[in-house]
Design a protein around this ligand. Structure first.
Ligand SMILES: [Zn+2]
Length: 269
């Protein structure tokens, strides 16, 4: 099956889908879901209550990266564009605070969501879509090997589509994993693997200050840069606090802030 046929299938999944993933039993038992024990292999199903009945088809934007490739940054031909990717949400407070900071500057971000967090905070996930930000796929439970990541990619896409109405076109591997097995699997699914060129280091357990995060951003800012930061998976108040500083620094330097799909689409030809 070619990639676009797979995507069409994902885009037309019914509203109350069954997400079947090879997960450890109990890991996605969350309010608002109906977990159903699966076969003895440890998998089980999750029926999403309150899911939107209308699943929006694919973004009008073409996916401008080669399936199976790893994208660190984009050659914009010198055009001053930068894109931000926030991982591991949706999450209370930080996701909304980050969105507001972007919107106050007329900008949009890309949020790579984890399925179990979307099940826990579906309203926040829906608001990300409703407010015009981009949603990417970051698996269902954030595993760290190709063998465990690959079976979660389509279920995560289906879950995101069902809850938010948006089918994610972008994927970022947990832990920025990249190896032949994962990349070959991604190529089959029609995904590239969105890495980054500016690493804020905000997932460190000691949580760097907002000033440190912003300083790392300013030091790494180049045309076509992609930022790695976190809105979820724990408290990330310093990241949220650093966002206005990062955005204002980029704007002062003449950059336009775009989503990662927009950045990919702007690649010099
Ligand atoms: Zn992550």
């Amino acid at each position: 099956m070619v990639a676009h046929e797979r995507w069409r299938r994902i885009a037309v999944v019914p509203a109350c889908i069954l997400v079947v993933a090879a997960l450890s039993a109990g890991s996605v038992v969350r309010p608002g879901t109906d977990p159903t024990p699966g076969p003895s292999d440890g998998s089980f199903s999750v029926a999403v209550r309150g899911a939107r009945s209308q699943v929006i088809p694919l973004s009008a934007l073409p996916l401008s990266c080669a399936p199976g490739s790893v994208v660190h940054s984009v050659d914009t031909g010198g055009a001053k564009l930068v894109a931000f990717g926030f991982d591991d949400g949706p999450w209370p407070y930080t996701t909304t605070a980050i969105m507001s900071a972007f919107e106050q500057r007329g900008a949009r971000a890309t949020f790579f969501m984890i399925g179990v967090h979307l099940l826990k905070y579906p309203d926040i996930g829906r608001s990300v879509a409703a407010r015009g930000h981009e949603i990417g796929n970051h698996t269902v439970t954030h595993p760290y090997t190709a063998k465990t990541i690959l079976p979660q990619i389509v279920p995560a896409a289906q879950l995101i589509a069902s809850v938010t109405g948006v089918t994610p076109r972008l994927f970022r591997a947990p832990g920025l994993l990249s190896n032949a097995e994962l990349q070959n699997g991604l190529a089959t699914l029609g995904y590239c693997n969105i890495f980054a060129s500016i690493f804020t280091g905000d997932a460190a357990t000691w949580r760097p200050s907002a000033a440190t995060i912003c300083g790392r951003f300013k030091a790494g800012l180049r045309p076509g840069a992609i930022v790695l930061a976190h809105d979820g998976g724990g408290r990330h108040e310093t990241t949220a606090a650093a966002v206005p500083c990062m955005l204002d620094a980029a704007i002062r330097s003449g950059y336009r802030i775009v989503t990662i799909s927009e950045l990919l689409a702007s690649a010099a030809r």
